[in-house]
Design a binder for this molecule. Structure first.
Ligand code: ADP
Length: 252
């Protein structure tokens, strides 16, 4: 073989090696992310479980507990078990997402989906103004149930992170070839420091540590949006409120 061929062979080997190294790095990153996910999930599940076991132990061991203490223990058990149920359901959704689960690809009218999500949340928006300000008959291609879940997640957050007398406005628009769904609230807002992270799994801003959230809602929302080849963004100011905007390709 002449030198030219040897040179070519060497460069081919180098390219192969580079590719191998790259995929090795990606593989390691994926494994790290998976390990972190399992560790975070276990940690999040252990906290309510500890409360449940503690209270159940009390109820079993203290026979002459006052009715008030008994009631309080039972309430805590109920609340924490409910929290675990929500966590497990969110974790299942994300596990399916990781396993490559594909959503339906059907024509969906956005208006009824948004209206039904708003109706479902109305009873929780006590002392807040929840209203649809703009509606459009825009259609997209995708999964009706998943899109409803997406709007429910945004509304759930809008309710959780607002105070009495605050307002929540929902808008649906057709903008060029896109369907735009906007959920704006006048609530507590998100600081610039937390803003880039809120779509990450288990991420919660300090202000919401005490809320009953799982920290998984927005990561599920992001997955649903990506499955529809769309994008989700947020603008927020602490103390003033937040605007979440979803853009999905409109059906032609
Ligand atoms: P959680 O279950 O904690 O609500 P999410 O993934 O839905 O988890 O949201 C992540 C974090 O983003 C929340 O913990 C909260 O700090 C912040 N956040 C989300 N939506 C809003 C909102 N409308 N107003 C203020 N903060 C919000």
């Amino acid at each position: 073989p002449n030198l030219d061929e040897v040179g070519k062979l060497a460069s081919t080997f180098n390219t192969m090696l580079e590719r191998l190294e790259l995929s090795d790095k990606q593989l390691r990153e994926t494994l790290d992310a998976e390990r972190r996910f399992v560790a975070d999930a276990s940690h999040e599940l252990r906290t309510p479980l500890t409360t449940i076991l503690g209270n159940a132990g009390l109820l079993l061991k203290v026979p002459n507990m006052s009715p008030e203490d008994r009631q309080e223990s039972l309430e805590q058990i109920y609340e924490e078990a409910d929290r675990m149920r929500r966590l497990v359901s969110d974790l299942l959704t994300l596990a399916r997402a990781d396993a490559g689960f594909r959503l339906k690809q059907e024509p969906v009218k956005v208006q009824p989906v948004v209206e039904s999500a708003v109706r479902e949340m109305e009873h929780r928006a006590t002392d807040r103004q929840l209203r649809i300000d703009k509606i459009s008959d825009v259609e997209v291609v995708g999964d009706k149930d998943a899109l409803k879940q997406l709007v429910l997640i945004l509304l759930d957050n809008a309710i959780k992170y607002t105070r009495n007398q605050d307002s929540i406005q929902v808008e649906v628009e057709k903008d060029d070839s896109q369907a735009v769904i906007r959920v704006a609230d006048t609530g507590i807002g998100i600081s610039q420091e937390h803003l880039p992270h809120i779509f990450e799994r288990f991420y919660r801003a300090d202000t919401s540590r005490s809320s009953d959230g799982t920290g998984l809602g927005l990561s599920i929302a992001k997955w649903i949006v990506e499955q529809h080849c769309g994008s989700i963004s947020v603008a927020s100011e602490i103390g003033k409120g937040s605007i979440f905007e979803v853009k999905l390709p409109a059906k032609k």
